[in-house]
Design a protein around this ligand. Structure first.
Ligand code: HEC
Length: 126
């Protein structure tokens, strides 16, 4: 019985800790190594065509806010799946006003770890 109380108070302490980090301003995210890796992959492979600032077209559309937009792009696809498909099979859904010129051999060029990091990074762009 005593153990149960200890467990409960531990849980309460964790919940409080989670709340206080949740209250931190969104502008200062903790640098998650996986996200940083994803950002590096993006800079190396995607930034030539995609800006991250709003309304800026390089060759492809700006990916500012992609995590939010991705949820509504294709019926039945969540944000993660849409982003993944956009990278692996960019011809499946072509953004209006753009040509389907994205490279399609990306899957062969990066490790699955890099791919997961890249998607995790893009999912932070709300
Ligand atoms: C040669 C230029 C080019 C490169 C390199 C490129 N893209 Fe694209 N990308 C485009 C174009 C053009 C579109 C719009 C047409 C389409 O939907 O395929 C696009 C569309 C997208 C979309 C869909 C955007 C939306 O609003 O729905 C995502 C996500 C995306 N690219 C991610 C990436 C990622 C991640 C990389 C790096 C692995 C990458 N792109 C590399 C040109 C490029």
């Amino acid at each position: 019985m005593k153990n149960k109380y200890i467990l409960l108070s531990l849980l309460a302490a964790f919940a409080l800790a989670a709340c206080s980090t949740g209250a931190a301003p969104a502008a200062t995210p903790t640098p998650d190594p996986m996200i940083l890796q994803g950002q590096a992959v993006f800079n190396a492979r995607c930034a030539t065509c995609h800006a991250l600032v709003p309304d800026t077209i390089i060759i492809g559309p700006s990916l500012n806010g992609i995590a939010t937009r991705a949820e509504t792009r294709v019926d039945g696809q969540g944000a993660e799946e849409y982003i993944m498909m956009s990278i692996l099979r960019p011809g499946d859904y072509v953004v209006e006003g753009f040509n389907n010129v994205m490279i399609t051999n990306f899957a062969k060029e990066v490790t699955s770890e890099e791919m997961n990091a890249l998607v995790a990074f893009l999912l932070t762009l709300k």
